[in-house]
Ligand binder design. Structure first.
Ligand code: UN1
Length: 483
């Protein structure tokens, strides 16, 4: 795993807080990891799925026991406030227990054969070695929601976590080891600096059968292109430009709290984050006033402080990117209502903080209404009616999460039907998906797969149809079966 150590680059709430020294894997380490996974696959696929489930149950118990410790490490490592890093670990715990139970299901189907004395069924079979490439914003939830379903299906895995969050991944692997996961079944490659070389080696590796990637649409396209060439199975979960609609009949207090949490939770660094607020003309001014009043009270700072609501951005490049969108927005005619610049008051000067920001007078085709900013920036678009609201919501290349606040049940059902997104919330914000429902999106958000839920097993298993002919003679489907 290690061919050299590097100090983690400065980042976060306190860039002087050195969280650890981590190895930098190279192409040779990728080969070693894949070879170990390939070797372990031969025996792991034969372990009964309920036994694999019991192991995941132990992993869940250990994650639970170490939840607070890992949450604190995660906050120091990537900056999310403690209550959110606890939630991130909890998402891993939920997935462990949910998937552990699947060990006693992994249902296939039995169905009658069209021929006499013949039995027909379909079963799930593992795919092989799976490469999991994960981002830094949910350093426990996302690796586990890929890894645990992969394992329950009988696959072995190589995880490449984001270069910004090696420590949380190491903690996860310590727990996997303590739970008794056999050698080679799970493997970790860590990158420092730019991850492209190691990521590309993993995706191209001939012994990797499946790639599951969560990250940017640009990198997702490259991953998909390589996998297309080699006919590898690939599951992509990419960007979002999620919107919350607030209709004139909505409970405005509820909708304000929803917008705050959706837009500024995780400092806006979720692929499900609310980055567009679509407001009905009649309530726009009132709504914005209430929202701004709440934003003025938000406490920004070190996520280890329990009273802090918004932590820093992940690194300098992220802050530069968010800052650049302020200028882009202004040039397009948007107006910064609140926020708009870096936040470097007191101890926050030691980190990459940015003020929660509202851009007003945004129109649907502006770049700030179309491109993923991945920061605490909310673009407000005014609409005259429900139909316009849905059209604006649908008018981007992404389709991950969505939300509408309304008291009208007819509108709510129309929204559920007409919104183009993988996830729709009625009277709730765009963030907060639960692990036992499908997670993913339409259009450029992905390539049609859904992780989490029961749909994740369609990614991590092959369907095998089995026919057992106990007639003792040659029977011909479609041909014997004549009138
Ligand atoms: C992500 O932003 O990449 O639904 C994942 C949510 C979380 C997962 C977010 N449960 O907001």
């Amino acid at each position: 795993m290690a061919n050299g150590c590097r100090r983690k680059p400065d980042r976060l709430s306190n860039r002087n807080d050195l969280v650890g020294l981590f190895p930098a894997s190279d192409q040779g380490d990728v080969d070693t990891a894949v070879a170990a996974a390939k070797k372990a696959f031969a025996s792991w696929r034969l372990v009964p799925a309920p036994k694999r489930g019991e192991l995941l149950y132990r992993v869940g118990e250990l994650l639970k026991a170490h939840k607070e410790e890992i949450a604190r490490i995660m906050t120091r490592e990537m900056g999310k406030v403690l209550k959110e890093t606890r939630g991130d670990v909890q998402e891993g715990i939920d997935t462990a227990f949910y998937v552990a139970g699947e060990g006693r299901r992994l249902f296939g189907e039995t169905t009658p054969s069209e021929l006499p004395d013949k039995f027909a069924m379909s079963v799930r079979a593992p795919v092989g070695v799976c490469a999991l490439i994960t981002p830094w914003n949910f350093p426990m939830a996302i690796p586990t929601w890929k890894m645990f379903p992969a394992l329950i299906c009988g696959n072995t895995v190589v995880l490449k976590p984001a270069e910004d969050t090696p420590y949380t991944a190491v903690k996860l692997f310590e727990i996997l080891q303590r739970a008794g996961v056999p050698p080679g079944v799970v493997n970790l490659v860590l990158v420092q600096g730019r991850g492209e070389e190691v990521g590309a080696a993993l995706v191209r590796h001939p012994d990797v059968q499946l790639v599951s990637f969560t990250g940017s649409a640009a990198v997702g396209r490259e991953v998909a292109a390589v996998c297309g060439q080699s006919l590898k199975r690939v599951s992509l979960e990419l960007g979002g430009k999620n919107a919350q609609i607030v209709m004139e009949d909505a409970d405005l207090g509820l909708a304000v709290e929803g917008a705050l949490w959706g837009a500024f939770g995780t400092t806006g660094q979720r692929c499900t984050a609310t980055s567009r607020l679509i407001l009905h003309h009649d309530i726009k001014t009132k709504f914005i006033d209430r929202l701004v009043a709440r934003i003025e009270k938000i406490k920004i700072g070190d996520g280890l402080d329990e009273s802090v609501e918004i932590g820093p951005l992940i690194n300098r490049a992220a802050r530069d990117k968010v800052q650049s969108y302020m200028e882009i927005g202004r040039q397009e005619g948007a107006r910064v209502l609140i926020g708009g610049s870096a936040y470097d008051i007191g101890a926050c000067a030691n980190g990459f903080f940015f003020q929660p920001t509202i851009l007003d007078r945004v129109t649907p085709n502006m770049r700030v209404a179309q491109e993923e900013i991945f920061g605490p920036v909310l673009s407000v678009i005014e609409v005259p009616d429900f139909d316009a609201a849905i059209a604006v919501l649908n008018g981007t290349r992404y389709g991950l999460s969505s939300s509408i606040y309304t008291a009208d049940v007819n509108r709510a059902f129309r929204a559920m039907r007409d919104i183009e997104a993988g996830i729709t919330y009625i009277n709730g914000p765009t963030i907060g998906a639960e692990v036992h429902l499908p997670f993913g999106g339409v259009k450029d958000t992905g390539n049609g797969h859904r992780e989490a839920g029961t749909t994740v097993y369609d990614i991590f298993s092959e369907w095998k149809s089995i026919y057992v002919d106990y007639s003792g003679r040659l029977q011909k489907a479609q041909i014997d079966n004549v009138e």
